[in-house]
Ligand binder design. Structure first.
Ligand SMILES: [Mg+2]
Length: 128
């Protein structure tokens, strides 16, 4: 499973990437929405994006709109602090697969990523 973590907090994204890598999930990181979209152009084999809602510049909702339009096969999980949970939920209306709250429970994140990839696999099967 290949995942891109997008968050403006460096320690957060690097720590989370390490924890996912230890669990056999190949996690790359991006510090901004623009960096993420650029990275995705070069890595079309991506399975899922974990997307922070609150970032300087382009926020998670704007980034989600771009991803949903250009990479419809990539599952997006919105990531939010408690202050922005409504924004994260709005993401579901815009095509996000799911959302989760900070601080991230690593088991919950792994479960949701697996769930997202299973749905993706089903979508790709003829007749499903
Ligand atoms: Mg942030």
């Amino acid at each position: 499973m290949k995942v891109l973590l997008v968050d403006d907090e460096q320690d957060f994204r690097e720590t989370l990437a390490k924890r996912l890598n230890r669990r056999g999930i190949e996690a790359s990181t991006a510090a901004s929405a623009v960096e993420a979209l650029t990275w995705m152009k070069a890595h079309p084999e991506l399975d899922a994006v974990v997307l922070d809602v609150k970032m300087p510049g382009m926020d998670g909702i704007e980034a989600l709109k771009h991803i949903a339009a250009t990479h419809p096969g990539v599952a997006v999980l919105m990531l939010s602090g408690h202050a922005h949970v409504e924004t994260a939920m709005k993401g579901l209306e815009l095509g996000a697969f799911d959302y989760l709250m900070k601080p991230v429970d690593i088991e919950e994140l792994v479960f949701k990523l697996q769930d997202a990839c299973e749905h993706k696999a089903l979508k790709g099967k003829p007749g499903a």
